[in-house]
Design a protein. Sequence first.
Length: 334
Amino acid sequence: MLVQLLQPGEDTLACLVEVFGLEGVPRRLTRISRGGQGQVWRLDLDGPPRSVAVKELFAGGDEQRIAAEVEFRDLAVAAGIRAPQNLRTVDGRYLAEVGGAVVRVSSWVNGREPRPEDPGVSEWLGRTLATLHTLEHPVDPDHALSDPPIPDLALWLDLAVQGEAAGRPWAADLARAAPELARLGAKTHPVDRGRLVFSHHDVQPSNVLFDPTTMQFVLLDWDGAGPIDPGRELASRLYTWHVRDDRFDTEGARQTLRAYRAAGGHAMIGEAEAYGGLPDALGYIATQVRDSLNHSLPVAMREHSTRETCLLLADTGSAAHDIFEQIIALGRTL
């Protein structure tokens, strides 16, 4: 697959303004962040001064799927969740091709990533998940995404050998982590399609902005919205928000669960739910490993995947099992 990356030149700026009917004169396009599937730019304009967010989607997008995501986002906003506004092109679409890259545009939101000490962060997480899980957006279980294949020990070791042959800095770490990754993968359970709800899928700190002056949280990156087991999502978010340095913040997690229940959240957490986020997590590691090795991708994308793989493997340790068991124990108190 040939990936065309956005180039922040004058032609790109002019095209963005024209295609999305933006008011003002484009001044500059600055890359703000990037992930495995895309990167976010800030487009600054004059007359009057304003900014918008431009998200570049490496694998393109599906207009119909995005329309369903936007519909769900609008329901969530009506229920009290703050989120950026999606902007349409002049012909009413959400996606556009600019300089060979596929992009979408939304309003710009100021803020920073939340911190554990921010007031109300645990309660906000619980209320937000409960709101998402009770919006009753239609779910078609027959079209829900299946879990990605979970690599076994042999595959992890084979990828480590390929990494060593290619001189990748993560090769030795992957070889050491392979038994633990395989052990974690063996704990996963199939999705129970009878319990699916339509939800955000990625309510993690990097997808939330906190404004200390207004004490407001804004939920970003709704691209992955779709069917999910609410227990899986709840357990996964307890892990991503309440684990620091391989230690589980039981009190913070308890505050989140209390807020979740108080706001009407109905999910339960058992072993299947506690380990339910692993297919996506392990699949993401495997994807970054393969992208790091894939010479058909642009150099910048390979380098990003190499760095991402090193970071992911540095966080892989035997403490994960103990933390999952603590989440299960806490889930029994729901």
